[in-house]
Design a binder for this molecule. Structure first.
Ligand code: SAM
Length: 209
């Protein structure tokens, strides 16, 4: 690792341990496979959103799922729930790859808190893991139901995205029974990964962060 990154004694770098702080360090010794750093200063990392944002994403094809996960981390989600529902065609997920993508996206965008990834086998299991106001992207929602009307100053939101086959009507009723609200992303049907990115981006823009 030290060879690849070409560490030298005296180099300054910023490290984080996933707990929300940035450690400003100086390299004090280097050998073949490790570098020793001295911590000069500790600062809270300021890249986290002030509220809790979750992506509850249907299990779609691995490569599309990876795009949604990577962008969700960049946008600032604290939690990703990968769930199966009636029309899920891709029940298997390569968890190791998803976790690697979360870590890399975190590093790339300078976040100091690693979002958690969890799994649910059905809608109820997903709702049990979700935090904050449940917002469901539903292509059959009234076109006037927009995210901007559903977002105030809540402490958190879980944005729920359906699979390629969409949600079954009973699943929408199940979600409504657990106080979820549906919203439309407009008259065009978006791919699930596009819907995830647009919805999360909208939340962040509406909240002004
Ligand atoms: N099979 C569905 C159909 O043909 O009507 C489309 C499902 S879409 C590819 C996958 C998911 O993206 C949906 O379940 C929904 O969560 C979200 N989505 C796509 N377009 C949307 C829209 N215009 N409004 C709200 N959600 C949308």
């Amino acid at each position: 690792m030290t060879g690849v990154l070409r560490f030298r004694v005296g180099f300054r770098l910023i490290l984080c341990d996933g707990s929300g702080n940035d450690y400003y360090c100086t390299v004090t010794a280097v050998d073949k496979d490790k570098a020793v750093c001295q911590v000069d200063e500790i600062h809270p990392n300021e890249s986290e959103l002030s509220y809790d944002l979750t992506l509850a994403m249907s299990r779609i094809k691995q490569e599309k799922l990876e795009i949604a996960v990577q962008k969700a981390v960049e946008i600032g989600v604290k939690r990703i729930i990968l769930f199966a529902s009636r029309y899920t065609a891709e029940p298997k997920v390569r968890q190791d790859r998803i976790e690697r993508i979360v870590k890399e996206a975190c590093k790339q965008c300078g976040r100091a808190v690693l979002p958690q990834v969890s799994f649910a086998d059905n809608i109820d299991g997903m709702i049990d893991k979700a935090e904050g106001k449940l917002l469901v992207a539903y292509e059959k929602a009234d076109l006037q139901s927009r995210l901007s009307d559903l977002i105030g100053q809540e402490d958190g939101y879980s944005v729920v995205i359906g699979p390629e086959g969409g949600f079954a009507r009973e699943e929408i009723e199940q979600l409504a029974a657990r106080h979820a609200e549906t919203f439309s992303l407009g008259a065009r049907i978006l791919r699930a990964e596009t819907a995830a990115i647009v919805s999360l981006g909208d939340v962040v823009c509406i909240r002004g962060e």
